[in-house]
Design a protein around this ligand. Structure first.
Ligand SMILES: NC(=O)c1ccc[n+]([C@@H]2O[C@H](COP(=O)([O-])OP(=O)(O)OC[C@H]3O[C@@H](n4cnc5c(N)ncnc54)[C@H](O)[C@@H]3O)[C@@H](O)[C@H]2O)c1
Length: 457
């Protein structure tokens, strides 16, 4: 039996450790966090994050071999293996501000581990980090004069919010990177053995430390690049009466390209894509590769354009003014099936509409509290309404910004009746039945498709 500890009980630490505990009943798994309120929520009936299937997994293992605690020091002392999944946001100050990763939480954790350790340990990088961070971690940890030895292993997390439990239970792959030394290989094996309890061995990839660290950044850069690529083409479709869904289908059926991540939209969001690409950009610049940096930076710029141009298209369609007009935003979460609003395009659109002095109301099944917090002072100008029918009442327009399936099933006939005419729908996720909406009487604008309007002149 191993004592497994995870430092950081966020979107990654909580779900990943719950799945490890569920599948490894022989190990004791403790998750700690500096945020005592979050730990209290993990110990309650209302978990701090919404993720399909999470409640069941936590219920199976919590109190058996899964524990959440705010008591960090003693749990470090007892642990054999420590996963670190603290936040690594983009730096907002000093050199590299706006691009480089802010490693202050990471480094504090390393020092905390060192301070509280009385035995040698394996430390696992679960957070997404710049390539070669493990070297800094090793240097801090092995600077002790107590004869303690620490092996640092990279095990980046590839889960996607909204499908985190499924992604963890049946991962495409698990990646474990370590130093190619005797103790490095032993540490790597200890982590491989944990996953091998439920993941087929051929899906557990081992690599050198630096390849492992870099692979996570590259995976996110490639995923985001596909979104920006199809969104770039969506803009051209709008100018040429091509339909981006038809183009994506025709292109995606090429087996070399594949169909996934080719849905045009108002843009990608979430805490990771932008931050990880900017981190990659910074690394390329740091290593003297400005052309490579510029290539990847364009993926982020394209995404920002997608949000601002969506607002511009709304304003243009609504007779060049939205000032004072009630506009209902369907969705605040950055994607469906999560309560997370970090970097959500919905909030970017909301801010853009507020600048145009629109009267904005946002509806979302799980993300309203986070949206309110993320909007800060601007939240005072926004109405947060859990009921989409109430949100749409007396609105000039509705805009779909998160692909929640229940938005597809709403009674749009009733919504149309309750709205100001002419009524507009802006489908930023291309999920609604546009022909049906058009037939009801809406003026329908989707991404990368010709608009369907009911104007006669
Ligand atoms: N969210 C995702 O979908 C996702 C997916 C893959 C990888 N990642 C990476 O995983 C890491 C964590 O992401 P997240 O979304 O879980 O972040 P999060 O902000 O939800 O959680 C991080 C947690 O770490 C805690 N923390 C910070 N410093 C601490 C310390 N010294 N001691 C104890 N706890 C501390 C914070 O209080 C917070 O609860 C990031 O590096 C992220 O890039 C995230």
């Amino acid at each position: 039996m191993a004592n497994v500890l995870c430092i950081g009980a966020g979107y990654v630490g909580g779900p990943t450790m719950a799945v490890i505990a569920k599948n490894c009943p022989g190990h004791r798994v403790v998750v700690v966090d500096i945020n005592a309120e979050k730990i209290a929520a993990w110990n309650s009936e209302r978990l701090p994050i919404y993720e399909p299937g999470l409640d069941e997994v936590v219920r199976t293992a919590r109190g058996r071999n899964l524990f959440f605690s705010a008591d960090i020091g003693p749990n470090i002392a007892e642990a054999d293996i420590i996963f670190v999944s603290v936040n690594t946001p983009t730096k907002t100050f000093g050199h590299g501000a706006g691009r480089a990763a802010d490693l202050q939480y990471w480094e504090k954790t390393a020092r905390q581990i060192l301070e509280n350790s009385t035995s040698s340990k394996v430390v696992v990088e679960k957070s997404t980090l710049p390539v070669r961070t493990a070297q800094a971690m090793e240097r801090i940890l092995n600077s002790n004069d107590r004869g303690l030895h620490f092996d640092v292993v990279s095990n980046p997390e590839f889960l996607a919010e909204g499908t985190a439990i499924q992604d963890m239970e049946q991962p495409d792959r698990v990646l474990v990177g370590a130093r190619q030394t005797a103790s490095g290989r032993e540490a790597m094996q200890a982590i491989v053995d944990i996953y091998a309890e439920w993941v087929p061995r051929e899906r557990i990839i081992t690599a050198n430390l630096w390849s492992s660290e870099l692979s996570k950044l590259v995976a996110n850069a490639f995923l985001a690049q596909r979104v920006s690529s199809i969104n770039a083409i969506a803009n051209l479709c709008e100018k040429t009466e091509a339909d981006v869904a038809e183009v994506a289908h025709a292109v995606g059926t090429d087996s070399r390209i594949g169909p996934r991540f080719l849905r045009a939209s108002v843009g990608f969001g979430g805490s990771c894509f932008k931050k990880d690409i900017l981190n990659l950009v910074y690394l390329c610049e740091h290593y003297g590769l400005p052309e490579v940096a510029a290539y990847w930076e364009q993926v982020v710029k394209m995404n920002e354009y997608q949000g601002t141009s969506f607002v511009q298209k709304m304003v243009a369609a609504m007779f060049n003014t939205v000032a004072g007009k009630r506009i209902a935003l369907l969705g605040a979460a950055f994607k469906a099936n999560t309560s997370d609003t970090r970097e959500s395009p919905a909030l970017a659109v909301c801010r853009g509409l507020l600048e145009e002095r629109a009267s904005v109301v946002i509806t979302d099944p799980y993300a309203l509290a986070n949206a309110q917090a993320d909007l800060g002072e601007q939240a005072e100008q926004v109405v947060f309404e859990p009921d989409p029918y109430v949100a749409a009442r007396d609105a000039h327009a509705i805009a779909v910004l998160t692909e929640w399936s229940h938005f597809v099933e709403l009674d749009y006939e009733a919504i149309f009746q309750s709205m100001v005419k002419p009524a507009f729908v802006f489908d930023g996720r291309n999920i609604l039945d546009h022909k049906k909406l058009h037939a009801i009487g809406f003026n329908v604008y989707a991404v990368g498709k010709p608009p369907l309007t009911n104007f006669t002149a």
